[in-house]
Design a protein. Structure first.
Length: 449
């Protein structure tokens, strides 16, 4: 079976409604024109609202629990720091491109996390930012790699964006994204495809690196003659490219633009393991040698420790459970009460000035009908994602003004974008409402099949 009309899917990682729909701080032309004639939705992202697993939730229609994926990295059971990085081999559910490949559709996939190592498809694939490096085989078919490198040079998968060297970050994000845009333009014209899905991670990187220079609602907003223009310039580059793409696409092609989650100011970082220690849940054998020290299993007094946590855009908390952890002390019969007490205590935590926070702590089974893989015991959001949980220790306060892992101006938000532009239908400018991220796969299937 072959699709009669082509569909081009543009994924803008972390693009928020306030930019794509409201044009906050940017000037859009091609995007604005398409948005005005599209079926528009607010996309409600998944738990957790992060790149991995969000894109795979979108393209499989499965929840993170069904996928068994709760973030970029996962804890090896029984370890504190040891973790494994999720890659495409962990994706057991069929993706939309795999399903369509089996039905005879030609598919093109580029930059969707996580698609390394690339799997065979009826068409072509270029893997994503989780790829270890350009020396790896990152394309399907394998010979596509040589073709692309001869025309565009060594493929750039990602950049270091948590850096004080903002000029280098800006230059590298622009260079990476420009390379990607040129490759997409080439593939659209030179390869056969019915469905083309392209996700650009550079959008997320420019947001995290420069949001406090861009968003005047940021509590640490700082005007800078160069850095304050980084995000507007980036969107102009995307918008100019999109105008060119529209002339390349067939006149009857359907265009979809989506993000996996939104973005908003990061007010600060809450040092969750220090809080656990202060409240008797975590016991250390020795004091941290310096501020920002990682929590290491060697400094934990396991015989007196009930729980510890990872930091990130959300926190994953682990109970020191008997028969699961090497030196577990919490019995199975105590587990539910311990989790309940922890949840209650965490939800009562207030801000640095005593202000009430909107904290939420969930057991995975409360969020998902099915829980696979290596889930945490609690998934914790600090003040509705306004504050980032920090997993490091040794600080003089539990409230850090910035991220503990290097400069990062932004937190993820629940609301992203999803719009469908069909040139053969006259669509209103009104919003259609909210679409859940796991519903997108069905929407795509209906459009194609």
């Amino acid at each position: 079976m072959r699709n009669l009309r082509k569909i081009f899917f543009l994924g803008l990682d972390s693009a928020p409604p306030k930019i794509l729909y409201d044009e906050y701080g940017v000037e859009l032309n091609a995007f604005k024109e398409v948005a005005q004639e599209s079926e528009k939705y607010i996309l409600k992202t998944c738990h957790p609202p992060i790149t991995i697993p969000a894109w795979m939730v979108m393209f499989t229609g499965k929840t993170p629990g069904e996928l068994g994926i709760y973030g970029f990295r996962h804890r090896k059971p029984g370890d504190v720091k040891q973790s494994y990085i999720v890659n495409s081999t962990y994706i057991r559910a069929p993706t939309i491109w795999e399903t369509l490949s089996k039905k005879g559709c030609k598919v093109g996939v580029m930059g969707v996390p996580p698609t390394f190592p690339p799997k065979p498809v009826n068409g072509f694939m270029i893997s994503d930012f989780t790829t270890p490096g350009p020396e790896k085989n990152y394309t399907w078919p394998p010979w596509l790699k040589k073709e692309l490198e001869e025309k565009f040079g060594s493929y750039i998968f990602d950049v270091v964006y948590r850096s004080e060297d903002k000029e280098s970050v800006m230059r590298e994000v622009f260079n990476m994204t420009e390379q990607h845009l040129n490759i997409v333009k080439y593939l659209l014209q030179k390869k056969e495809w019915d469905l083309f899905i392209y996700v650009e991670i550079g959008v997320d990187r420019i947001h995290h690196a420069f949001w406090k220079y861009f968003d005047k609602d940021h509590p640490r907003y700082t005007y800078h003659p160069q850095y304050s223009e980084a995000i507007p310039r980036f969107y102009k580059m995307l918008d100019d490219w999109f105008a060119e793409i529209r002339n390349i696409l067939p006149k009857d092609a359907v265009t979809i633009i989506a993000s996996d989650h939104g973005i908003k100011p990061m007010k600060g970082a809450f040092v969750i393991n220090q809080w656990l220690e202060e409240n008797g849940y975590l016991k250390l054998r020795e004091r941290p040698a310096k501020p920002g020290q990682d929590l290491d299993e060697s400094i934990i007094d396991w015989d007196s420790t009930i729980a510890w946590a990872w930091g990130g855009y959300y926190s994953r908390l682990f109970i020191n459970l008997k028969d699961r952890e090497p030196r577990g002390i919490v019995g199975r019969e105590e587990y539910e009460d311990v989790v309940k007490q922890l949840r209650g205590d965490l939800e009562k935590v207030r801000g640095p000035n005593g202000e009430k926070w909107d904290n939420k702590a969930y057991m995975p089974r409360e969020l998902y009908n099915e829980v696979r893989g290596d889930p945490p015991d609690l998934m914790i959001y600090i003040d509705n994602l306004n504050w980032r949980p920090a997993g490091t220790i040794g600080w003089e306060t539990n409230y850090l003004p910035e991220n503990d892992r290097g400069p990062d101006d932004a937190e993820h938000d629940w609301n992203g974008i999803f719009l469908i532009h069909d040139p053969e239908e006259t669509l209103t400018k009104e919003f259609k409402g909210v679409i859940k991220i796991e519903e997108v796969c069905r929407k795509l299937s209906d459009l194609i099949l």
